[in-house]
Design a protein around this ligand. Structure first.
Ligand SMILES: O=C(O)CCC(=O)C(=O)O
Length: 268
């Protein structure tokens, strides 16, 4: 029994294109239930005692030191939530979702490990009319400093809403995992993890217009982005990133950072 492992065609796609897309992985009912769990965790984290909103590259982060998580706000609309990461360490329902074989089985093939385990979890809510861009990037640079091996982390993105060009669907560059690592923006710090879109051939991007319930799987070097949501409905994604079991998670790294700083560091 092969469960949800990648078939031969998908293995070839992964090798050549750097990603695998599956539609109808989760039913409409399941997606509605998962989306509710996501909204609950986001509301819980965002209603903690307010702390400072810190610009990080093109993003705006707020650390919730009690829950050990990062709440993300839309930089152009700082009162609008953009998402949260990580949350499995304090939300049992979503932690269990991360153990679903529909995510984990394909990860056995992406990572070449029998026991993929969560490294980090992210929710992007891209709200109606105000949801901004996720800028062109590879995941690897973001993980270099907060993981044990950034090359052995792969991500599954579950689409919680139908995604298309106008609401900011995911766009990927097929084959970009095979070329030398892309250069980051020529700035200091977190912003340097973003790629320089001005000096990139954006025509290579392929828009993944998919129905809710679809999942795309990819490794740490695939170049991708998503544009703003200009529609009247939200475009939400739930991202689970995996690594071989037994390694530190992003919440372990974040907990160390929170411990190393006094509470006042985060206060407004
Ligand atoms: O949700 C999206 O559109 C983009 C996901 C992504 O690339 C990220 O959050 O790093």
């Amino acid at each position: 029994m092969n469960g949800h492992r990648l078939n031969d065609l998908e293995q070839d796609q992964l090798a050549e294109q750097g990603y695998v897309l599956r539609e109808a992985v989760f039913s409409t009912e399941e997606v509605a239930c998962i989306a509710d769990e996501c909204e609950t965790v986001l509301a819980r984290a965002a209603t903690g005692p307010p702390t400072r909103k810190i610009p990080m590259g093109n993003y705006l982060f707020e650390i919730n030191p009690e829950l050990v998580t990062v709440v993300k706000w839309e930089p152009e609309h700082p009162d609008q939530l953009q998402g949260i990461e990580p949350f499995a360490h304090f939300d049992a329902a979503l932690e269990a979702r991360g153990r679903d074989p529909r995510f984990v089985d394909p990860m056995r093939d992406l990572l070449g490990t029998p026991d993929p385990s969560l490294f980090t979890e992210k929710l992007n809510v891209k709200r109606a009319h105000v949801g901004g861009a996720i800028f062109l990037h590879q995941d690897r640079p973001y993980w270099l400093e907060n993981s044990e091996n950034a090359d052995e982390i792969a991500t599954a993105v579950l689409f919680l809403d139908d995604a298309n060009r106008v609401n900011g669907c995911l766009e990927v560059v097929p084959g970009s995992h095979l070329v030398p690592l892309a250069k980051g923006r020529d700035v200091e710090g977190f912003g340097s993890f973003e790629m320089d879109s001005e000096h990139f051939d954006n025509d290579q991007l392929v828009a993944l217009e998919v129905p809710a319930g679809s999942v795309v799987f990819f490794g740490p070097r695939l170049v991708h982005r998503s544009l703003p949501n200009t529609t009247a409905g939200d475009r939400r994604t739930l991202l689970f990133s995996y690594q071989p079991a037994g390694r530190s998670t992003s919440s372990d790294f974040l907990a160390r950072m929170v411990d190393a700083n006094s509470r006042e560091t985060f206060d407004r």
